[in-house]
Design a protein around this ligand. Structure first.
Ligand SMILES: Nc1ncnc2c1ncn2[C@@H]1O[C@H](COP(=O)(O)OP(=O)(O)O)[C@@H](O)[C@H]1O
Ligand SMILES: CC(C)(COP(=O)(O)O)[C@@H](O)C(=O)NCCC(=O)O
Ligand SMILES: [K+]
Length: 252
């Protein structure tokens, strides 16, 4: 059995990939106070028959080494996807291609297929929000990184001397309490940022442009965004599935 795994800064996400190329519904587990490795090891315990894992992560070398060791001990074949200058139809736009987050690279691979010959903007709303511009021919132009919705609010509260509250309930542009003022401020700040960045980024791409939204906050943010955004919370699973097929895994 093949597992597709995405280890971000806040949550572990995974899907099963069957022999026909079908992906099971994405599942997610927040790390909370635990290290990401503990969540990964729990996942291995939950899937004792897994033979191959295609992994994308944005974590440390220590995490990568420990994951490699845990998989080797269990006889699991591990493919950890990295950003490279050129692969799977994508030409990386970074000056130093390996510096691009591997999650962003996998998102671009999936977007290239979804956009079906059109240019695209990939917006990944996780711990950070990343926005990437992809030309119709697979040339990545580059992108932006900004704090995600939860992180923006957490950072403000952590930095303030006083005790500030936070509420994402019933967002409003005219909040009448501290909690809603911060929650609504961060929400509409992120919404304005995404809309503004997309409007500017679109001018650097050939029309028409498909905007693709993914990440843990994608569905919530979609409800506040004006304009057309394709919602694909499992975009990285789609990218990992494509990469697994391209690598023609023989050990699965
Ligand atoms: N059940 C949940 N637990 C934790 N975060 C969640 C949950 N549902 C949605 N989120 C949101 O998803 C974000 C993390 O999204 P995700 O794409 O998994 O991030 P990352 O790839 O950085 O781990 C959090 O910052 C939070 O705002
Ligand atoms: C920007 C990120 C922190 C986003 O991580 P995430 O929100 O998905 O956990 C990650 O893609 C990363 O560590 N990137 C490396 C730097 C870069 O892409 O330029
Ligand atoms: K992200």
């Amino acid at each position: 059995m093949v597992l597709l795994v995405d280890a971000g800064n806040s949550r572990l996400k995974w899907s099963e990939l069957d022999a026909s190329g079908n992906i099971s519904a994405q599942q997610a587990l927040a790390y909370g106070e635990r290290p990401a490795l503990a969540a990964f090891l729990d996942l291995l315990d939950a899937y004792p028959t897994v033979g191959h894992i295609t992994l994308v992560h944005v974590l440390t070398h220590l995490f990568a080494d420990s994951v490699q060791e845990a998989c080797a001990q269990r006889g699991i074949h591990l493919h950890s996807v990295r950003s490279v200058a050129r692969a799977y139809g994508i030409r990386n736009g970074y000056q130093q291609p390996t510096a691009l987050g591997a999650d962003r690279f996998v998102g671009l691979v999936a977007a290239q297929h979804l956009a079906a010959g059109k240019a695209s903007i990939v917006i990944d709303c996780g711990t950070a929000i990343t926005v990437d511009a992809l030309e119709c021919d697979g040339q990545h132009l580059g992108g932006l990184i900004l704090p995600g919705l939860q992180l923006s609010a957490d950072a403000l509260i952590a930095r303030a001397q006083g005790r500030l509250s936070l509420s994402f309930e019933q967002p409003t542009i005219v909040a009448d309490s501290t909690g809603r003022a911060i929650g609504s401020g961060c929400l509409f700040g992120v919404i304005g940022a995404i809309e503004g960045i997309c409007a500017r980024m679109q001018q650097t791409l050939s029309a028409p442009v498909v905007r693709i939204l993914t990440g843990g906050d994608a569905e919530y943010l979609r409800s506040w965004l004006h304009g057309d955004y394709l919602l694909h919370p499992d975009l990285l699973m789609q990218g990992l599935a494509y990469i697994t097929e391209q690598e023609a895994c023989t050990s699965c």
